[in-house]
Design a protein around this ligand. Sequence first.
Ligand SMILES: Nc1ncnc2c1ncn2[C@@H]1O[C@H](COP(=O)(O)OP(=O)(O)O)[C@@H](O)[C@H]1O
Ligand SMILES: N[C@@H](CC(=O)OP(=O)(O)O)C(=O)O
Length: 464
Amino acid sequence: MKVVKFGGSSLADAAHVQKVINIVQSDPERKVVVTSAPGKRFSGDIKVTDLLIKYANAIIDRTDSKQIVSDIFSRYQKIGNGFKVPQAVLDDIQSKLANLPNQPYPNDDYLMAAFKAHGERLNAELFAACLTEAGTKARFVDPSEAGILLSDDPNSATVLEKTYDNLAHLKYGDERLVFPGFFGFTEAGRIATFARGGSDITGSILARGLHASLYENFTDVDAIYAANPKIVPDAQPIHKLTFREMRELSYAGFSVFNDEAIIPAIQGQVPINVKNTNNPDLPGTLIVPEKDFTSKRPVTGIAGSNRFAALYLHRYLLNKEVGFTLKILQILYKYGVSYEHMPSGIDDLTIIFDRSQLDSDTIKKMCHDIQAQLNPDTLDWIDDYAIIMVVGEGMRARVGTIENIIRPLAEHNIPVHMINQGASRISIMLGTRQSDADAAVKYIYQHFFKENPSVNQLEYQTEV
Ligand SMILES: Nc1ncnc2c1ncn2[C@@H]1O[C@H](COP(=O)(O)OP(=O)(O)O)[C@@H](O)[C@H]1O
Ligand SMILES: N[C@@H](CC(=O)OP(=O)(O)O)C(=O)O
């Protein structure tokens, strides 16, 4: 049995939904279908999820939402009309959209989560009806029926292990099951969503929980490339990479597959196949366990992301002060803040954060407490921070990789604020200015994949 997930780009309009129906119908093993909300139909268009966020904000701010509701419904109506689904299905969608503000929510965070989640929920209901109209037995499965339980973090939830016990008891026959991605329910019965781009996680949870042989993830590119094609248009496709390579690359910018979505697939040892809805017969990219991976090159891919910020501290004899870092971690804990990396020196410490998880008020309070309690000689908040991740299973088996990463940056006058090798066995992480991130990815890619391909071969084995 295969789990097959379709992102918003694959479900944006009736023409794409027809392609999706053809893909599902072409393989009886594709028993479990996961849908995102309708995505962008063309460059400059808006995703239904973003329209629902606007809708939620209009309700919170008590401003008029009639036009937004009409715009959202028309996206579903145009798709539904392409497949002659019963009018009752469309009426139900329209009614659920209109009634979203009338449901009880403990606070605005839960309201926002419920509004966002309905992009996927209504699209899965609609897709099940379209698939049925196309002659394939299908039924919509709500996350509440499947028991997809999430943590009590309404807009950045994580899956609870109990989910897998619940999925073991899910009843189904020969019909195709259509699940909405992106959300589940807390133990208190409230809707909670993963972070943005989280529909991939639902597919991975179902692949593990239902013991799928393969998790297929359909999107709008022929493969995962060695660099983001928006940065390097002619980047080489990657035919196969390991779970941990993909985890590190998707964390640092390969947004084609969500970085958290890798984890349930690893836990269930379910291979992932990323394919293009518009070219479904192409092999795409396989993401596999390390044990199934042979061709180890020093560099498989290079990713870059601007979603970071950093806090720099300087204080002499920092390394001698027992408990200094503990006090910092206690302050982060007080504000519910997690950190990404913490490179340190004898008198210096840099804490790198995911900027999308922080608001200005929290940053201000955190810096105030650190200054007051630890009295550093220097305390700088750096908003302009990007991370570049160079990843490859064969990195440790080739001497000189780090030199080949730094050289093209030096040749193009790109300053490196931080370099971290050794924490991970398969990656080297660099910190740069946000304005340099894309150029850094491009020049490192060119060095390894175009100008000096020999540096990306395993010349000889060293201690691994
Ligand atoms: N290394 C990469 N290889 C392929 N696509 C990538 C890579 N890095 C980023 N992307 C981007 O990811 C996009 C697909 O992800 P997304 O927009 O979320 O699609 P979907 O709507 O199918 O989920 C591609 O169109 C591409 O622009
Ligand atoms: N629709 C949600 C979840 C998601 O993963 O979408 P997509 O599969 O289109 O990236 C979002 O926009 O965040």
